[in-house]
Structure formats: C-alpha cells, structure tokens
Design a binder for this molecule. Structure first.
Ligand code: PMP
Length: 437
C-alpha cells in the first residue's frame, strides 16, 4: 500500500496533454510585450487602455451600488444579463438602430467584448467552416476561429499612397472589392467586421459597409461586427452600424464594450446585440461556460448608460466629450511622431495611431532572412533604448502577410496629457540624438 502511494506520487505524466485545438495559438503578443513594457518602458503606449480615470458618474454609480445598494447585488444575477443593463442597452440600441430591440432576447451581457467574440465563434463555426477576416485585425479573431475548428481566410486593407506629400489617413487603407468577393465561397460561414478598426483606426464608410453587406446577403453569410470603438470617431466622421444596413439585422451580431465606452477596461463588461435566432446560440455557449457576469459591475454600467441615454447627443454626454478629448490627444501624438520622423497614419477613429518606421532602418538595421519581422525587432529595441512601448503592426496580420506589413508600429493615445508629454520629450530627445550623430 505504502509502496504504491509513493510510486504514484513520483510518477510524472508522460502522455501529451495539450488538446489539438491549442496547436499554433500558444504564443501571445500581449503577454510578451506587456512583460517588456513593464520591465523597460518609461512611457507605455502599447496595450490599449486609458491611464486617465473612468468618469466620476461611473465610479460613483459603483460606490453607490456597493454602499447603499441592495445586498443582492453581491449575488448571481440573471445569467444573460442583469435586468437594468439589458433594458437600458435595448433602449439605447433601439435609438441607434431605429428598430425594436427586446432586452430579453436581443441582448446578452458578457465578460468584456472578448467573451462575446468567443461565444460567436463557438456558437457558429464548425470544422471546415471558413471565416473571412480583414487585415490588419485584432489578433484574437484568428485564434478564436482556429480554436473553434474553423479556417480563417484573410483579405487585406491595401494602402493607397497619400496625395502631395501629406500624411496618410486610415481612410487611405481600402478593400479591393473584387479581392474581397473572391474570398466568399460555399464554405464561408461568417465575416468579422471591426469598425472603427483596431489597429489602423479606419472608420469604414457607409459605402464600404454596404458593399460588404451585399456580399453577406448574396452568400448568406453571418457578420460578427466588433464595434467596441463605436463612440471614438473623429473629425465629424459618422460611425455606421452594420446591423442597420439593409438585410443585415437578421445575420449580424453587434459587439460592444463598457471598457472602451466608459474608459474602464478592467471592469470587463461587454455585450452582444442581435436577433434571437443568433443570440440563442450565444446563450448556449455562455450558460455552459461563464454563466453569470459580475452583478455589481453590470449595475454600475447600467447606471452609466441611463445617464448617457438622458444626455444623448448633448454636450454634457460622455459619448460626446470623450471623442473630443481623444481627438486632441491624437493630434498631439501625431505631431510628436511626425516631428521625430516616423510617418503617422492619421486615424479617423479608435485610440490608436499606426506609424511608418521605415525611415529608421539606419538606427535599427534590418536582419535579412530573420524569422522575426522587422517591426518586432524595432519595437523591442525602442522600448529598451528609448523607453517607449508600442506594438508591432505585424501582430495584426496572418503569418503569411506579417513580413509584408512589418514597417509599422501601433501607439495608444488614450493617455493623460502628462504621459503624452513624456512621450513627446523622449521622442524629442531621440530626434536630437539623431541630428547630432
Ligand atoms: N475588440 C477589439 C477590436 C478590441 O480592441 C478589444 C480590446 N483591445 C476588444 C474587442 C476586447 O474588449 P474587452 O476588453 O471589452 O473584452
């Protein structure tokens, strides 16, 4: 008996433990670059989160819920979304989409937008199904499609050179309609749309979205529409909601995030909005995995939305004020990057700016035939030597295309004025070192 026990305690497992679905998705850029930023950066413009506080009305709502609120706010709530939150989200989306939205069947609350995405891929994608992803893309789309057993099919936004020596705009990156059409086949189950787009900041025009919608209808394809940056649109541009286009409500799941909407990424409250026919399957995934999201965070987010519903379109609205503040921050960072000689691509939306680093090949020489894309090496060098953390753009491309798009890096500008000033000082110092060497 004793022999048996000690023997089994010492015996190591020898069989392979990793499920096949994890093959090829074990590396994660956010983990790697997060570590680098924590070790070396003086200014972290890498991962996408604000370093300024969430609005007072939101944190006060949370404090109220904690203090004077019902003790039941500390218990499980309705699995598919705390009632006050799904009700106000439904009211909001009725306004935005100009159609009836039922809080019980057309809205589901998730652990951030990320879980809403995960539910979609698990709910809709079978082995052998293809999912079209527009490059550059938020990297989890690819791994989530693969985890579900599907095959990602990539189609790139192609940059058109800007006119008369001007800085490029994210609007200069466009789909080739014929190329996109060629990616649709009998195997296509869904397309992932992300407008405003992370990382480029492209806000797809109504015309572009209608072109995509037509293809979805023609080929009877679902649309997973990641609109987490829906309120972060600049220069008077309009965000068009895919689900509002003709023929699209019935085949679209719209995904949003309180993290992005209310500058509170750590709360991890997100949602999916769509027809019951689609959401019923998201509910199946949700009830068999997460089941219920944090009640108290949902309560506070609900109150945030109630305030925003009341102030909709008014100057006091956070959804009006936040983009105004961010546009100013965007302009500062664009100016700082331009001054040091990077060529920033002016984003129409989101809180990221992508910059061309090809003028820096003399500072950080390329290593021919290296496995590592140039932008990875550059971003690592920059954080270690210049103290600024950013994310290489090739992260947002499929393996086959990483090398083609490896001359850009992405900066996040959802930062305090002091942080952006510190970034500017580091860039300015760099510029002086360049001119004196
Ligand atoms: N979609 C996009 C395009 C994102 O950029 C992010 C966050 N960086 C998410 C989804 C995830 O949002 P959340 O933090 O609410 O899960």
């Amino acid at each position: 008996q004793t022999y048996f026990l000690s023997h089994s305690l010492q015996a190591k497992m020898s069989r392979p433990v990793q499920a096949r679905r994890l093959e090829g998705i074990d590396k994660n850029i956010w983990v790697d670059f997060g570590r680098l930023a924590a070790t070396y950066s003086k200014v972290n413009l890498g991962q996408g989160f604000p370093d300024f506080p969430a609005p007072d009305f939101l944190t006060e709502a949370l404090t109220r819920a904690l203090g004077g609120g019902s003790h039941m706010l500390h218990q499980y709530t309705r699995p598919f979304g705390h009632l006050p939150l799904v009700k106000v989200l439904a009211q909001f989306f009725e306004k935005l989409l100009g159609r009836d939205v039922d809080p019980m069947t057309n809205v589901m609350v998730t652990v951030g937008a990320l879980q809403a995405l995960f539910c979609c891929f698990q709910a809709f994608v079978d082995e052998g199904d293809e999912v079209i992803i527009i490059e550059p893309f938020f990297d989890c789309y690819e791994s989530m499609v693969k985890m579900a057993g599907g095959t990602p099919v990539f189609v790139p936004l192609r940059p058109n050179p800007p006119k008369d020596g001007k800085l490029m705009s994210s609007a200069d990156w466009q789909l080739d309609p014929a190329e996109l059409a060629s990616k649709f086949s009998k195997r296509t189950k869904a397309i992932v749309l992300n407008s405003p787009n992370n990382p480029l900041g492209k806000v797809f025009s109504r015309g572009e979205l209608e072109m995509i919608a037509e293809l979805c209808v023609k080929h009877d394809v679902l649309c997973i529409s990641d609109e987490v940056y829906e309120w972060l649109v600049y220069d008077g541009k309009q965000h068009t909601r895919t689900a509002s286009l003709q023929g699209m409500w019935d085949r679209t799941v719209t995904i949003g995030s309180a993290g992005k909407t209310f500058s509170a990424t750590g709360w991890k409250v997100g949602w999916a909005v769509g027809p019951d026919r689609l959401l019923q399957h998201l509910r199946t995934v949700h009830q068999n995995s997460v089941y219920v999201c944090a009640t108290i965070a949902q309560e506070a987010v609900a109150q945030g939305f109630q305030r925003e519903l009341m102030l909709y379109g008014k100057p006091e609205s956070y959804f009006v004020q936040l983009p105004q503040e961010l546009q100013q921050k965007r302009d500062w960072l664009v100016q700082s990057l331009d001054a040091v000689g990077m060529k920033p691509i002016i984003p129409e939306g989101t809180y990221y700016v992508v910059a061309d680093i090809s003028p820096f090949k003399s500072d950080v020489p390329d290593v021919p035939n290296s496995d590592e894309p140039y932008d990875y090496r550059f971003a690592k060098w920059m954080v270690k030597n210049k103290g600024i953390a950013a994310i290489p753009l090739s992260t947002f491309y499929s393996e086959a295309h990483k090398k083609i798009y490896s001359n850009f890096i992405r900066f996040c500008f959802a930062k305090e004025e002091a942080t952006l000033k510190a970034a500017n000082d580091l860039l300015e110092k760099w510029k002086q070192e360049k001119t004196s060497s």
